[in-house]
Every structure is written in C-alpha cells, then in structure tokens.
Design a protein around this ligand. Structure first.
Ligand code: PHE
Ligand code: ZN
Length: 880
C-alpha cells in the first residue's frame, strides 16, 4: 500500500538523479503468490548529480530478500531497507553492479500497478510509479537504461512469456515442466516503460514491412477463443504504422511489436516499448458485440499507443510534470490519424465535444490545473483531460499559428534533436520557435496557466462607411492557486459572409497582412479592435473556425446569423456549432420561461433543411441533430445548477423537435437501415448514427411510435450498434417493453463481459427515481465485480457522470451511493477510487442545497481512516 504522504512534489525542485543506471538485467521466477525478482543494475555516479551522495532507491510495498554489490553479499549494516526505500549510504565512486532480490505477490496486487494478475495471466503496469512495486530502483523517467529480461515459469501456468524488445533466447528447464524466455530491448528507456506478460493466451499474427523494407512481426495476444475479435485491432495497427511513416516520417524500430489484451486494467492501454498492454475493451470487437463507437475507440487507442513509440518512448519525459509532452502530443497525433481514416469534420466535432464534456468542467472547478502542473501530491491523479485533451489542443493551436509546414519542420527537428532523451516542454517548443522563426515564449503560457480563457466579441456595422468593426477581448477566470491571469496567445480563425452566403475578402489596417491572408487573428493581448473595410452590407462573422483554440466564445451570434451559418458556412465545425448554439438558446429559453415556442421554430426549420440534405453527409447530420448534453447545459449555466430543471428543458426541446420533424425523421430511420453485412467504416457508421439519432428523437416526440420502431429494431438488428441504440431508446421510454428488452439482452450476452458492461451502463443511466436502487441491486449481480475497473466504470461512473438527475438527487441518495463505493474501493484500488470521486469536479456550480449535500460527503470521505494518497488528494482539492 502506498502511504499517504503530505510532501508535495514541485517542478521547481527538479534536479538530476545522483546516479546513472546504464543497464538493467532482470530475472523473474513467476509464481502466483511468491514471484522472485532479481535485478542487476549497472550503476555509476551521474556527473550532473551531487558528488558523494548516498544511493537512495524507490520502493513501494517491497519485500527485500538480499543485496549484493559487485558480487559481494551485503549485510544489514551496509544498507537501510523499508518497503518504500532502499538506501546505501556508502557506494563506490567507480561504476559498480548492484544486485537486488525482492519477492512480490502478484495475486494480492489489487491496485493493478506493478506486477499483478488479470485472470490467470501475469502482467505489469509501471506508469507512473509501478516499477518500484517490482524492485528497488531510481523510478523516475529521466533514468534511461537498456533492459534484458529473463522470465521463468511453469510451462502449464504461463506458456507465453513476453517482455520489451526483441526475443533473444528461450528453452525448457526442469525436464520441460518449466521454461524460460530472454528478451532484450536495445533502446534505453525509463522504468515506467518496462513490461512483462506471462500466461496462457491465444494469438493473432501478422507482419508489417516498414518504409525501409524491414519486416516486423506483429502479434496480438488475447484470451483463448477471442482471436476472431482481434482482427480490427490488427488492421488498425498496420494502418497506424503506415500513417506515422507517411505523415511524420517515423519508422518502427524493433523486430517485433506485441500487444496483449487483459481484462483488468486501470486505464485504456499502455505504450510499454514493443509490448503494449491493453484494456481488452480497446482490442476486442466483432459486429455482434461492439458498437461503431467501440470500433472508433479501438482504432484511436491502438494508434495512440503505437504513436507513443516515438512521442513518449524514443523521446520521453524528463519528469512527470512534463506528462503532456508525450500525452498531449500523442493525443494530437491519434486525433489526426482518426481524422485521416474517417471524416475530418466529424472527428473534430467529436474531439471538441469530448473536450467540453470533460476538460472544460475540470478547468472551471476545484481540480483545475495547468497542462503542465507545477506541483502534485499524487501523480496518478494528473492523467487528466487537461493534460491529455487540452494538451492536444495547445499543439493544434500551435500548428494553426505557425502553419503546417513550419509545424512539420519543428516536429522533424524535435525527433532529430531529442531522440533518446528525456525532454521538457521547453525543449519541444524550442524546435518550433526555430522552425518558424517565431518567439514562442508568450505562447508557452498555455502550459503553465490553468483555466479556460473566455473570449467575448462585439460587432458593429457602419453602413455609410462600409466598415465592420470586430472587438475581441479575452479574460481567464482565476483557478486554484492562480488568482491573477495574463492574456494568452489565442489564434482565432475567422471568415465574414455576406447575407447571401458569399465569403468576403478581409481588408483592414488593424491586422497584419499575414493575419488577413490566413483569416487568422492572433489575440495575444486583453483586447483587439479590428475594423474591416469595404464590407458592402452587414456581414455574418464565423469565428473560432474549426475551434482554432481551446477557449469559450461569447456571445453566440443572433439566431438569424446562426441559421445562416448553419446553412452556408464552409467550415463544418462552425456549421455544427451553429446548430448547437441554436439548441442551447432554445433550451435556455425554456429554462427561463421566455418565448419558448418561437425560439425553437428557427432551429427545427434549419434541422429540417439539414435532414433533407443528410444523404450527402449522414455522420455530420447526426452530430448536428445531437443536442447539447446535460453536462454542456450545466457548464453553460455556470452556477446555481439544478440538474432537474436542465433535464426537463432539454427533454422538452427533444420532444418538440421529434414532433416537428416526425415524418422526416421516420423517413430517415427507414431509409438508412443497414443494407447488408456490417462494415465498421466511417461512412457506414455515419448512416447508422443518423438513423439512431432519428429513432431517439422520434421516441421523444411520440412515445408509442418510438417504442414500436425501437422494438422492431431491437428484434431485427444485425449488429450491436443498432441493437444497443434500440435498447437505449427503450430504456428511456420505460415500461414492460424496457424490462423485457433488458432481460432478453442479458440472456443473449450473459458471460460476455464487455457486452454486459453496456447492459450495466444503460441501466445506470435511466433518468428515473428507481435507478439508484437498481444500481445498488446490480452491484450484487454475479457479473459485477468491484475488482474489475471496467465493471465499476460501466455501472458506477456511468451513473455518476451520465445520469445527472439521479446522481444529483435532492435526497442525497446518489451522492451516498458514490461515497460508499469510493470508500469500499479505496483500499483495493486507489487509482480507481480517486478517479471515481473526480465525478464531483463541478460540485461548486450546483445550487445551494446540493452543494451542501456534496460538501458533507466530501468531508465524510476525508474523515475516513487509512485513505489512500490518491483519494485524499482528490477529496482535499475538491473541497479546496
Ligand atoms: N500512458 C498511457 C497512455 O495514455 C496511459 C496510462 C497511464 C496507462 C498510467 C496506465 C497507467 O497511453
Ligand atoms: Zn498516452
């Protein structure tokens, strides 16, 4: 168990390690409860470290068996060992070899960090600080070593033995009942990238020929019998490898690339060098068991982990404060990959949706932190939407600012200059400064200043002078620990349209030629006023096109302008944004009880037009028809949030759209039925998405009609996407049809954990009073388990994050449920309990009664004994 420490870790305190570890030889004897680990470390003093310093190695919950220095066994007088630390006060100044033997119990490791078991397999998770749960080490990302790993096990227990790098040797021992394998990874790496797998697994194999003609053996290891479900992941892997060569000139560097899917995993997947370990949710798919969303998720995560080979592994992070250096950049790369594989516009829309759903609330609440934090208590709590998603947005904004060519040159420079190094954000930015010839020191503020900037605009048209004056102002609200904010560099892509939808030339004395030519205003100060000339009539401004920076923009244009943008804008993101803004306006008109009916007519008319042209881009139409979520509404409201009121207003608009567009929606639903065999490609997925959004709106407008259509679709669906969408619609309609469908769904997929997760989630998100009880009962279901993160997320995170009216119930029952689960989970898996508690990140925006309920629970949690450092950190900051 990690002991709660109160010492904050600060970026300002960084200093190089006192020792270098040139090579690591690891020797594992796998055993379910007593795994023996021998680590031979070739150490020497770091010239950049402190002369004469003692050797202090990190540990966590370790049992030390013995220590040898240059072959000589050390006695207790030579070192000080605790489960968390191994200190050698006096070590030679000349290079030396330290041999450490530890014993670990993988079966008792329920936190899924270090060496643990998933089913009958052995696997590891070492990021961020899991390696120290295997052996004593300088467990920090700037200590890079070459690893050789020998694994020995009972052949029956673990016929497959894998580690990083290339296979070197394998063979039988003990007359063939035991065996061993030796792996060597020639690329120096930090300990967090170490991995080992042992187990009885099925495998799918393929090969990839790299751009220089080398053949790489690819393998995906899965539970026996699941091999047919790994085909899409393999295909996505090969496409990722090709794409990174074509788009970034990056070639794979080992002889093998292995992926292992395990069912117990805290996160999505892990980029260990040459041996990616995955949550099986991001590997396994078949048309019968996976939705289009699952396929897209697999493609994105396979790509993400593969891309880490260069952005993360070949170039790693100097310290954990630089986490965004690998994560933000790799998310940016996987988003670009998905955009190239699918529809760029739809990818952009769904990435921004994701950002606004998770990162904006985080940035506006008590857990807000800079993309590069400067202090942490527990690094595990910084694998956040801010580091990942805002980190990716900053890189996108940088590319927008300096242009594609300079961006690509900067990336090339980065790969060239920092290959093999542990780098910082400054190192990264220096490459783009050099490539573009620009001073990026102001831009760098994006990394250290938290909070979402608010850009407010005002417009004025002077018909006599034919000028259009645009005023842009920025302000970033205070965040914890940062009360004063400075202006950041915000690239604002813009276009002006005439009344009939013509794009106007941009001419102004208030913007540079470069800005005007590119349609990109650089808002790098509190305010800019730009007067455009030769504007023949009042124009419609399309601002922040493509969501050119991670900011909030206010106010939304007038409704007639939004309708025009929805009809004419050639930026698909802003067309979608126009539909969202119209919907938001209609929903808040209901919340405030003003002019509801007339407000929605413009929207329904615009959507009707869109539906008529939906054939051209069904995926886009589906996105435009998807109303802002309850979380979007809460964020827009900003304070005094009553989830019940927002829910009711949203439902009422859905019903109105359903009624107004009933026939058009039915036509779409009928016409877009899957013609034949399921294909996971984006075009087919887009058709299904549109059809299923239509079904849901039909049901909102006419429950009986919706129920009949959904039941028929549930019966006849040839794939999980359509079947689950039908079940979701039935779930919201209620009644016997719902219970019947849930029962039949369960009967059909019982035992198929990833499918049963969908069944858990849908039940947890029914917006009815009985749901809290239902979730409690499901927690006793034989297929539910508190030890499996996917199960906990499917049931409990779904309830807390996607069922706002029930989670925020005024009797406190939703909060009580979360509190109980979090406290029960914490001793087992602190990373998971802490993440679960983060569902309360926006609690301060609630209205007073709910705020009080939450505050009591947070204090109750903090008062509990033996809280993990992870959970204590989140609860403390949440209370702030
Ligand atoms: N580095 C992983 C990724 O983003 C995420 C991860 C972090 C996995 C910590 C496990 C533990 O690709
Ligand atoms: Zn990552």
């Amino acid at each position: 168990m990690r002991h709660p420490s109160t010492a904050a870790i600060r970026l300002a305190d960084y200093r190089p390690a006192d020792f270098v570890i040139d090579s690591v030889e690891l020797d594992f004897s796998l055993n379910p409860t007593k795994t023996k680990v021998v680590a031979r470390l070739a150490l020497r003093r770091n010239p950049a470290g402190e002369a004469g310093a003692p050797l202090v190695l990190d540990g966590d919950d370790l049992t030390l068996i013995g220590v040898r220095l240059d072959g000589r066994a050390l006695g207790p007088q030579d070192y000080a060992a605790t489960p968390d630390k191994l200190t050698l006060a006096a070590v030679p100044d000349a290079p030396f070899v330290l041999e450490i033997e530890t014993q670990v119990d993988p079966s008792a490791n329920t936190q899924l960090s270090g060496l643990y078991r998933s089913g009958s397999a052995y696997c590891t998770q070492c990021e961020a600080e899991g390696f120290r749960r295997i052996t004593y080490f300088l467990d920090r990302p700037d200590v890079l070593s070459v690893y050789t790993t020998r694994i020995e096990a009972e052949k029956s227990d673990a016929p497959i033995l894998l580690s990083n790098g290339n296979p070197v040797e394998s063979g039988d021992i003990d007359g063939g009942t035991r065996h061993y394998a030796i792996w060597r990874d020639p690329f120096p790496k930090p300990s967090y990238l170490f991995a080992l797998v042992g187990g009885d697994l099925g495998v799918v194999r393929d090969a990839f020929k790299t751009m220089s003609g080398r053949l790489v053996d690819l393998a995906i290891y899965v539970e026996h019998g699941k091999e047919p479900r790994a085909g899409y992941a393999m295909d996505a892997l090969k496409r990722s490898m090709r794409w990174d060569e074509e788009k970034f000139g990056r070639e794979y560097d080992l002889d093998v690339f292995n992926i292992v899917a395990v069912s117990d995993f805290n996160m999505g997947a892990m980029e260990n060098k040459g041996l990616n370990i995955f949550n099986d949710k991001y590997v396994l798919a078949s048309p019968e068991t996976a939705t289009d969303g699952d396929y897209a998720g697999i493609e994105g995560v396979i790509a993400h982990e593969y891309f880490h080979n260069w952005t993360g592994n070949r170039i790693t992070c100097r310290d954990w404060f630089q986490l965004c250096l690998k994560e933000g950049l790799t998310v940016f790369r996987d988003q670009e990959f998905s955009a190239d594989m699918r529809s760029r516009a739809v990818e952009r829309i769904s990435d921004v949706r994701g950002l606004r759903l998770a990162q904006f609330p985080e940035d506006a609440g008590p857990l807000a932190h800079p993309v590069r934090p400067d202090v942490y208590q527990e690094i595990n709590n910084f694998y956040t939407a801010t580091v990942y998603e805002k980190g990716a947005e900053i890189i996108r904004a940088l590319r927008t600012l300096i242009g594609e060519d300079d961006f690509r040159r900067g990336m090339d420079l980065y790969f060239e200059r920092f290959d093999g190094a542990a780098a910082t954000v400054e190192d990264f930015l220096s490459c783009f400064a050099e490539a573009s010839g620009r001073d990026l020191s102001h831009f760098a503020l994006w990394y250290s200043q938290a909070g979402t900037p608010l850009v407010t605009t005002s417009e004025e048209y002077d018909a006599a002078a034919k000028t259009f004056t645009l005023t842009l102002r920025q302000e970033t609200p205070p965040t914890p620990g940062q009360s004063e904010k400075r202006p950041v560099v915000i690239p604002i892509a813009l276009a002006l349209f005439s009344e009939n939808g013509q794009k106007l030339d941009l001419a102004s004395e208030d913007a540079s030629a470069r800005e005007l030519a590119r349609g990109l205003i650089e808002l790098d100060r509190p305010e800019r006023v730009i007067r455009f000339r030769d504007i023949p009539s009042r124009p419609v401004a399309s601002l922040l096109r493509g969501f050119s920076a991670p900011v909030r923009l206010e106010p939304a244009p007038a409704s007639e302008d939004l309708e025009r943008l929805l009809a004419h804008d050639d930026d698909p993101f802003n067309r979608w944004q126009a539909a969202q803004s119209l919907a938001l306006r209609a929903i808040f008109a209901r919340v405030n009880g003003d002019g509801a009916a007339s407000d929605a007519r413009g929207l329904t008319d615009a959507l009707r037009l869109l539906l008529a042209k939906a054939e051209g881009d069904p995926a886009f139409a589906a996105q435009a028809l998807s109303l802002p979520s309850e979380i979007d509404l809460a964020r827009e409201k900003g304070s005094d949030v009553d989830p019940d009121v927002l829910f009711a207003a949203r439902q009422s608009l859905r019903a109105e759209i359903g009624r107004a567009l009933g026939e058009a929606l039915e036509t779409i639903h009928a016409r877009f039925a899957d013609p034949g065999a399921y294909a996971p490609d984006a075009a087919s997925a887009g058709r299904r998405a549109l059809r299923n959004v239509a079904l849901d709106l039909i049901a909102a407008g006419d429950a009986d009609k919706g129920r009949a259509l959904a039941q028929a679709q549930f019966e006849t669906a040839g794939n999980m996407t359509d079947r689950l969408a039908a079940l979701a619609t039935l779930a919201h309609l209620g009644g016997a049809a719902r219970e019947d469908a849930f029962a039949r769904f369960y009967a059909q997929y019982a035992g198929d954990a990833l499918v049963i997760d969908k069944w858990f989630s849908l039940q947890a998100t029914i917006p009815e009073e009985a749901t809290t009880r239902r979730v409690q009962e499901l927690m006793t279901h034989p297929e539910f388990s508190m030890s499996n993160p996917n199960r906990v997320r499917a049931l409990i995170s779904a309830f807390a994050n996607a069922n706002l009216t029930r989670f925020h119930a005024l009797d406190g029952s939703g909060y009580d449920l979360l509190t109980r689960v979090v406290l029960e989970l914490d001793p087992k898996n602190p990373q998971l309990s802490a993440r679960l508690l983060s569902s309360l990140r926006s609690w301060r925006t609630l209205e007073a009664r709910r705020r009080e309920l939450v505050e009591t629970r947070l204090k109750h949690i903090l008062a509990a004994e033996n809280l993990s450092a992870d959970l204590r950190d989140i609860a403390t900051r949440a209370l702030g």
